[in-house]
Write a protein that binds this ligand. Structure first.
Ligand SMILES: NC(=O)c1ccc[n+]([C@@H]2O[C@H](COP(=O)([O-])OP(=O)(O)OC[C@H]3O[C@@H](n4cnc5c(N)ncnc54)[C@H](OP(=O)(O)O)[C@@H]3O)[C@@H](O)[C@H]2O)c1
Length: 327
């Protein structure tokens, strides 16, 4: 038997609860894992609270991330005792996920735990941090360099935002953090933000073009914010768009793209190919200061996941939540 968060949806409604499950109930897969840590991302918050259509089949164990040790494997790349990390691939959506003491899944989805990180640190990073790194890599790929000017990070107190601020600052960019929680300015400055701006300056309907300010931007909130960020990019600047915390809509015009040569680079972590994942994890080992990462972490037990998911959805969680599934 093992403990897990379990989501059900039936005549009694949509609900998540802590459950004791039989290992025989685990889904098919060629690698079985003893989970050490998991984490809570925005998507896990949507899944657990039922606020978004994340879960595709029921009952579902949520958790789009896990770090643990291989207990059984018929996959050629993984042997018993190997330390592994899983991010995405629909785990926690269509296949039982990481908010559990055991998991069984496809070895093709796993990456080896990078030597630079403990299992706990890998989950402090989680999908949020790995996505932040994909966003930074997208800016670099489109030629945004520290000398080009300021870079903006929206939703800066969130998981993706916090890691993006920390990595960009460490790489030498002047990072401006947009937040609805300016009271967290000391935290954001400790991560490396040079300046804090209120998200209210960005989240209302704006003009097709605004004063050129940002050489690059990482946007985690979408909607009017993303439209206004695009409108205020400098000539040939790039926006890496990965999130929808404000909304999934994109009420923009083409003006920034056709008049200023702005690039809107979409970032997806869920189905990102293996080589890109490996590169992102290697870059995190190099470009994210572990001491700064620790500043972002709130650690909870598996039994605290459901309450914490509600706090995350209410915008009351700062940085990253690590879940110790064994306490
Ligand atoms: N594309 C991908 O593969 C991928 C991967 C990971 C995450 N994501 C997406 O990225 C976003 C952030 O994820 P996360 O795990 O970092 O979530 P998170 O920790 O909950 O952070 C979200 C942050 O967005 C800001 N925010 C919340 N509600 C807002 C609103 N109504 N208007 C404007 N800003 C708002 C808040 O920052 P402040 O308090 O600082 O304002 C909040 O901390 C989510 O939409 C998530 O789905 C996408």
């Amino acid at each position: 038997m093992f403990k897990a968060v379990l989501i059900n949806k039936d005549e009694a409604g949509y609900r998540a609860a802590l459950a004791e499950l039989d290992e025989g109930a685990l889904p098919a897969g060629d690698v079985s894992i003893k989970v050490a840590y998991s984490t809570l991302n925005y998507k896990d918050g949507l899944a657990i609270t039922g606020k978004g259509p994340v879960v595709r089949s029921f009952p579902m164990v949520p958790g789009i991330d896990l770090a643990g040790t291989v207990e059984e494997s018929t996959h050629p790349a993984f042997a018993v005792g190997d330390a592994v990390v899983l991010n995405g691939w629909g785990v926690g959506e269509t296949h039982w996920g990481g908010l559990a003491q055991k998991a069984r899944l496809r070895g093709d989805w796993l990456v080896p735990l990078p030597a630079a990180f403990s299992a706990r640190q890998a989950m402090a990073i989680g999908t949020a941090g790995y996505t932040a790194m994909l966003c930074v890599m997208a800016l670099e790929q489109h030629g945004v360099r520290p000398g080009d000017g300021e870079v903006l990070v929206t939703g800066a107190n969130g998981g993706v935002g916090s890691v993006a601020v920390a990595v960009l600052a460490r790489l030498g960019y002047r990072v401006v953090a947009a937040t609805g929680r300016p009271q967290e300015a000391d935290y954001l400055k400790a991560l490396g933000a040079a300046e804090i701006i209120e998200r209210s300056t960005l989240n209302a309907p704006g003009k097709p073009l605004a004063r050129e300010r940002w050489a690059g931007a990482v946007d985690t909130v979408g909607s009017h914010t993303l439209a206004n960020v695009c409108a205020s990019m400098r000539y040939r600047g790039t926006v890496a768009a990965c999130g929808l915390a404000q909304g999934m809509d994109f009420p923009a015009t083409v003006a920034p793209f056709i008049l200023r040569g702005v690039t809107l680079a979409g970032v997806d972590s869920v189905m990102a190919p293996y080589a890109l994942r490996m590169e992102a994890w290697q870059r995190l080992a190099r470009d994210l200061d572990p001491a700064v990462l620790e500043m972002m972490v709130e650690e909870i037990a598996l039994g605290e996941v459901i309450d914490t998911a509600a706090r995350l959805m209410a915008g009351q969680v700062r940085g990253r939540v690590v879940v110790d599934v064994n306490r």
